[in-house]
Design a protein around this ligand. Structure first.
Ligand SMILES: Nc1ncnc2c1ncn2[C@@H]1O[C@H](COP(=O)(O)OP(=O)(O)O)[C@@H](O)[C@H]1O
Ligand SMILES: Cc1cn([C@H]2C[C@H](O)[C@@H](COP(=O)(O)OP(=O)(O)O)O2)c(=O)[nH]c1=O
Length: 236
């Protein structure tokens, strides 16, 4: 079981809330973030800790709109689609932090978010790059990366971001097993590029504490690795 730890203190503009702990879990579609967020919460509950699992897009009003786009119930114009999505996700994130995450942290909860701004830095940067390539345009990733960081300047920094690194073929098999309708980013080539972006997550989030966990194995083995990584931070 491989673990890679950036061990950097947070130096981003937005501070960390006092009280509880804010943990983010990230990875490509089908990497197991939902499964592992729930498993870790169950572990903490069994130790009588106050824990809350949330996700992005959030359950708030902007999150609901984003889900309509992801399920292609709502269609955006194809030009600058990644930019529009980045704006929607950044707006949803600030609402999510203010309405749900910060109040619970202030009450001392461990808040686990299934996705946060690393998803925007991976998905929207990579899909903008694909769009630009399809139009025969110049590489756009540096500009887009800086712009998305700016959009998320006021997003509360997590105490720790866990990245589940999973081979895109393994994740695709899992998505197939899970069933459900095809979503906006459900494309093999995009998911392979995203897996590469996640492997370089600490470059996308300079100053944040990022830990990689090999997510290809059995759920129990991954859950044990996550508990070991988070024990010093959470104390359980
Ligand atoms: N380590 C694992 N090994 C095999 N299957 C898994 C593993 N983790 C999750 N799954 C299954 O794969 C599917 C996708 O997992 P999920 O947690 O929903 O991923 P994500 O939220 O990252 O898209 C689900 O059906 C889940 O039960
Ligand atoms: C938070 C966030 C998610 N996303 C994408 C990643 C997923 O494809 C989708 C979330 O949909 P969801 O159905 O929750 O997928 P999963 O169970 O794999 O997390 O939204 C972004 O593109 N940017 C973001 O900032």
């Amino acid at each position: 079981m491989g673990i890679r730890d950036s061990s950097a203190p947070s130096v981003r503009v937005a501070g960390q809330a006092p009280g509880g702990k804010f943990i983010v879990i990230e990875g490509i579609d089908g990497s197991g973030t939902t499964t592992q967020a729930e498993r870790y919460a169950a572990h903490l509950r069994s130790r009588r800790r106050m824990v809350h699992v949330t996700r992005e897009p959030s359950g708030g009003p902007i999150g609901a709109q984003i889900r309509q786009v992801l399920t292609q119930r709502l269609t955006l114009p194809t030009t600058n689609q990644a930019q529009v999505m980045a704006l929607l996700f950044a707006a949803d994130r600030l609402d999510h932090v203010a309405a749900e995450i910060t109040p619970l942290l202030e009450d001392g909860y461990v808040v686990i978010s299934d996705r946060y701004d690393l998803s925007s830095l991976a998905y929207q940067v990579t899909s903008a790059q694909e769009e630009s390539e399809a139009l025969g345009g110049p590489p756009s990733s540096g500009t887009m990366l800086r712009w998305i960081r700016e959009l998320n300047r006021y997003a509360l920094r997590p105490h720790l971001t866990l990245v589940l690194d999973v081979d895109p073929e393994v994740a695709a098999q899992r998505r197939k097993g899970r069933g459900g309708a095809r979503e906006l980013y459900d494309d093999a080539e995009l998911q392979a590029r995203l897996a590469g972006a996640y492997r370089r997550a600490e470059e996308l989030l300079p100053g944040d504490h990022v830990v990689h966990i090999d997510g290809n194995g059995e759920p129990d083995e991954i859950a044990r690795a996550i508990e070991a990584v988070l024990r010093p931070l959470v104390g359980a």
